[in-house]
Design a protein around this ligand. Sequence first.
Ligand code: AMP
Length: 432
Amino acid sequence: MPSSINRPRGTIDVLPGEVEKWQYVEESFRRICREYGYAEIRTPVFEYTELFDRGVGETTDIIEKEMYTFLDRSERSLSLRPEGTAPIARAYVEDKLFSGPQPVKVYYQGPMFRYDRPQAGRYRQFHQLGIEVFGAFSPAIDAEVIAMSMDFCRRFGLKLDLHINSVGCGVCRPVMREKLYAGLRTRLEDLCEDCRLRLERNPLRILDCKEKRCRGMAEEAAAGLNFLCPECGDHFEKVRNYLDVLDVKYIVDHCLVRGLDYYTRTAFEIMAPGIGAQRSVGGGGRYDGLVEMFGGPPTPGIGYAMGLERLLLVMQEQGLPVPCSGRLDVYIVTAEAELEGKALRLLQELRGNGMHADKDYAGRSMKAQLKQAGKSGAPFVVILGSDELRRGKVALKDMLSGSQTEVPLADLVATVTGEIDTHFTKVRRFKG
Ligand code: AMP
């Protein structure tokens, strides 16, 4: 017998039963995006490697260690996307979205790929839900983007902490870099191997190191530094004021830099309370230079991305129910084998009226069919029996209460539709 083949390390199969939770989160995301005026954008899963080198930053962990990069048959270097912002900024330029009405507000959802050490909440293929806004300078949009990400989490009942910071701009950020460089240069031997290199190439990255010791040293070196130029300082103050107006609570964290180089000014991260390694549920910020870096006109940008797997993990940790609607509304049971054709016709009619309906196809006894009906999770079962059918009737069983009534066959679709609506208004907290 040939040996079996497993899925690649760091990936998961989302099976029926679990996938409904994913759909629920994805659908909730779509809904909130539409409410806030965002339209969906879909870009390729792979891009030319230089897009990420240039956009995400050559000295970031993502580019240095985590990209899935390969040569295609024409020897061009391609990479599976590790994040969504650079591809969308590329599309904004390539598809000339800058020539239409501004701002352009888009959302996306889909798989991202990073070669990292897999553990709970960290995968090599994971899924992000994100938004991007191009062409808006106002600090009001920063506040709205942050508030929307928190609103999305709040709708699930999640209790999360919001950390915000301003990482400054091309004018004032070098002051921060200098301060870090000066503070850490004398303690080189205490830094991890990666951070020794980072100190020369991009000292801000040390604030983001996975080693707690390195982060602590960088935090010490940066402590008390107010490096923001007046414009960046003013922008950050306004963002905070608007967040106050919107009643969004936040923690100002001067060491929050995030793992990608393109951020300017506002940076934020949404964290699950606690001490787990994978606390970050989502994050984002402003990237005012990115579009220009890709050859587009000077255009401000801001966005965020949330991790779908992390959201579900934290929901589970916080004991939040993920409404998982049963896959079926109605199950049909036949008392006699000759009624199979009638059952098939009725199934099609129910489905044609928008109901999720199914039956047994294994030739089981009526008792066994009823057992299957129970397992299917359908709240209603229609039982076809020749005696009842002769009188133009069928039996309708409510699986929740166990009660059974006779319904005229001609009224069945209308009756079941009504019953299903009442049932799901009672059962479903969120209906798509
Ligand atoms: P980032 O693009 O690094 O800012 O990540 C945004 C969000 O994506 C994080 O807050 C996580 O929720 C999620 N995420 C990032 N990397 C992974 C990963 N390897 N596995 C699962 N989720 C991830």
